[in-house]
Structure formats: C-alpha cells, structure tokens
Design a protein around this ligand. Structure first.
Ligand code: PNS
Length: 162
C-alpha cells in the first residue's frame, strides 16, 4: 500500500523552510499532500486560492507532491485522503509544546494516524511566514527566505495595500 502523508499548515505564504520540509517529506513518503487550512476566523494576507497557487508553483518539479485545501479537523481530512501520517516541521524548542499538544490530540482522535516531526534545516530555524510578511511589508529583501514566485507575489500584494 502506498504511504501517503499530509503536510498541513496555513502557508501564508509558503517559505523556503516549508519547501525544505515538503521536499524532504516527499523523499520518504510515496505521496505528500500539502493541505492549506481554510480558516475563516484568521485574517490571512493571501486567499486560500492564492496560497494553493503559490504552493503548486513552488512544488511543480516534485512529482509526488499534491496541493489541496481543507476545512474542519485535520484528522478527518487525513482519513478522507486515506493518508496514514501527518508531517510537521520543528524549528526550535518553542515550537515543541504546541506541536506536542496537536500531535497528542490528533492521536487521541485517531490512533492509527502517526505524526512525524522533521527538524527544519538550521538555516531556516528563525524563519516563519509572519516574519516574512513583516519584512516584506516594509519593502526589505526576502529573496533568500521565500521562492522567487512568492517574493513577487508579496511585492504585488503590498504594493496594492500601500
Ligand atoms: O501553519 P500553522 O498555522 O501552524 O498550521 C496549523 C494547522 C493547520 C496544522 C492546525 O491549525 C490544524 O491542524 N488545524 C485544523 C483543526 C484541527 O484539526 N485542530 C487540531 C485538533 S483541536
């Protein structure tokens, strides 16, 4: 049976840190589904459609990666996709407590689904979508933090908002 993993997140927008985790996950699992949470209670910079589009662009050369979005509980989505694993990236100890809570609740909801943590490449340990947005908002260079297509999308978005 093919091993399918879901890599969930907000991806607002996808960073080089995310891409590192997705790429490495795709070398371990037969298929990785990157799933963008459609969370109406948050105020994202990019719409779900825009985030899905950017993810598709940056993963187009990885054949076993699929991009999708989901609503509701992650564990229900994982089961609907017949996946057996969740992949998450860990940047620092500060991520650990929240991620452990999420992994524990997901295990309680369905003990057949495993959460796999991957340590983010050290060069991205400080990186987050929020930091990228903060820097890009003030027109600073983000070219070494996000793929080029995302850098351009950030420039366009903030030039419209200014
Ligand atoms: O990139 P993020 O914002 O850290 O991703 C968080 C995400 C999407 C992985 C998490 O919020 C999530 O799984 N949300 C779906 C709702 C859910 O299943 N919550 C856990 C049980 S309460």
């Amino acid at each position: 049976m093919a091993s399918i993993a879901v890599c969930p997140g907000s991806f607002d927008p996808v960073t080089l840190g995310h891409l590192d985790i997705i790429t490495r996950g795709a070398s371990v699992f037969d298929k990785v589904i990157v799933a963008v949470l459609n969370n109406r209670s948050k105020q994202p910079l990019f719409s779900v459609e825009e985030r899905v589009h950017l993810l598709k662009e940056v993963t187009k050369d990885i054949p076993n990666v699929e991009i999708d979005s989901f609503n509701g509980l992650l564990i229900d989505y994982v089961k609907a996709k017949q996946a057996s694993a969740i992949i998450k990236g860990l940047r620092a100890v500060s991520d650990f407590e929240y991620e452990m809570q999420m992994a524990s609740i997901n295990r309680k909801l369905d003990e057949d689904v495993e959460t796999f943590f991957m340590m983010t490449n050290n060069k991205f340990s400080y990186l987050s979508s929020s930091i990228v947005k903060e820097i890009a908002k003030y027109n600073a260079h983000v070219g070494d933090l996000v793929p080029e297509v995302v850098e351009n999308a950030l420039k366009e978005k903030f030039s419209k908002l200014r």
